[in-house]
Ligand binder design. Structure first.
Ligand code: XIL
Length: 399
């Protein structure tokens, strides 16, 4: 790009033009990178692997700086039978991302759906925790250093409620399965950012209050969480812009990043308004660090049901819709100071100081992006740096 820009700049100066026109972003990727935004799409290993469609791959690498696996990193894909791990699909996406200098989101470690054998695993609480820990150790360990942020727990809050969903995870472990999952993930890759991801929690309402309460308590208890994923599976020609803004801002007050993780908007009217409204909200908040669509083009959306929905940026023939121009305009209008803060929001490193004489080990040993201000004793009880007990229920200690 620099090679092109320099002669262009010289030419425009010689002709007396401003540089602004040569700085206009020509791709969504370019505009997003300038705005400090991780702009991505969900893809499959098959679609970006060697047999994948060339035009499709060109869109993915040309328009996006981030990728996520639509299904390839879920439990049923990565651990299809107990203790047997399979990374072929996920590896293809990671390789494609690396070859095209794109970032990766990891999706997802602990979910009640697409869980394969573990959904029917009739173990004790301890065995269930061990199964979860083993899965996280292996999958996060396999991708260590390659995943910017992981959706550690997916969809744990019940619909229309502030309570947790009565999933098999909750039934067999208890509500603290969430805390344990985050602690295990942090131990497995201390540098990865860890996210709680859910749907229907984008604006202000009962469920988003439930998600807010959950992550607030996690922060207060020093559980290593860095962000909230708002899936954003919308329908219709408008979104609740002001309420989404409010929600993102209250999460910022907790120091949390917000990722728009699975955006699609089913809207037969093809309005660009909900798309640019959502991007405007994101651009206005430095903690809105990611904007990811769930698929690339309409015909491949999970919301198409065999047909083709009007739900993504590119149509059934992979042609860009008006949404693309609307998103470019919104990103171009972003405040550069906010863009600068976005690039490092919630990624500060800080070191834990272990009180002298305390016979404990630090979770994450003070490394990585998350300040690790809590310790575990041999028995596994979670205490903070002042020795205050944070949780009555012990975490499974390291072997
Ligand atoms: C969906 C995939 O898009 C489909 O291909 C699959 O059949 C089912 O799962 N919330 C999530 C995603 O967190 O993982 C889901 O993805 C969509 C809803």
């Amino acid at each position: 790009m620099d090679r092109i820009l320099c002669p262009l700049a010289a030419l425009s100066i010689a002709l007396g033009f401003s540089l602004a026109s040569s700085q206009t972003a020509t791709s969504l990727r370019d505009a997003a990178t300038r705005a400090g935004l991780n702009f991505g799409a969900a893809v499959s290993g098959q679609s970006v692997g060697s047999g994948g469609n060339a035009a499709y791959k060109q869109i993915v690498s040309g328009e996006y700086n981030t990728a996520v696996c639509e299904n390839d990193m879920k439990w049923q894909s990565t651990e299809p039978s107990r203790g047997q791990f399979s990374y072929a699909g996920g590896d293809r996406v990671v390789d494609f991302a690396a070859a095209n200098t794109m970032k990766m989101r990891g999706h997802t470690l602990v979910w009640h759906s697409q869980a394969g054998w573990v959904g029917n695993f009739a173990g004790t609480r301890e065995e269930m925790l061990l199964a979860m820990k083993n899965h996280i150790d292996n999958v996060v360990g396999h991708y260590k250093g390659k995943i910017l942020e992981w959706d550690v727990v997916n969809e744990a809050v019940a619909d229309g409620s502030t309570d947790l969903r009565n999933s098999f995870w909750r039934q067999r472990i208890g509500a603290d399965f969430i805390d344990s999952a985050f602690v295990y993930a942090h131990r497995a890759d201390p540098a990865a950012l860890l996210v709680y991801n859910d749907y229907g929690a984008e604006d202000m309402g009962t469920k988003s209050n439930g998600v807010y309460n959950l992550v607030k308590r996690m922060k207060e208890n020093r559980i290593p969480i860095n962000g909230v994923g708002l899936q954003s599976h919308f329908s219709g020609s408008s979104i609740r812009k002001a309420d989404i803004d409010k929600n993102i801002k209250r999460l910022a007050e907790l120091g949390l990043r917000v990722s728009i993780t699975e955006l699609d908007i089913v809207d037969a009217s093809l309005s660009t308004a909900p798309w640019s409204d959502l991007m405007d909200v994101c651009m206005a908040n430095a903690n809105c660090t990611a904007f990811i669509t769930w698929g690339v083009y309409d015909a491949m959306s999970w919301r198409s049901n065999g047909g083709s929905c009007n739900c993504l940026i590119f149509d059934a023939q992979m042609r860009a819709k008006g949404i693309r121009a609307a998103l470019l305009a919104s990103m171009a209008a972003a405040d550069p100071a906010i863009a600068e803060r976005r690039k490092s929001f919630g990624m500060e490193t800080s070191r834990i100081r272990i009180a002298p004489g305390l016979s404990a080990h630090a979770v994450g040993a003070g490394s990585g992006r998350y300040p690790t201000p809590f310790l575990t004793f041999g028995g596994g009880a979670l205490i903070d740096i002042q020795g205050r007990r944070l949780e009555q229920r012990p975490f499974l200690p390291d072997p």
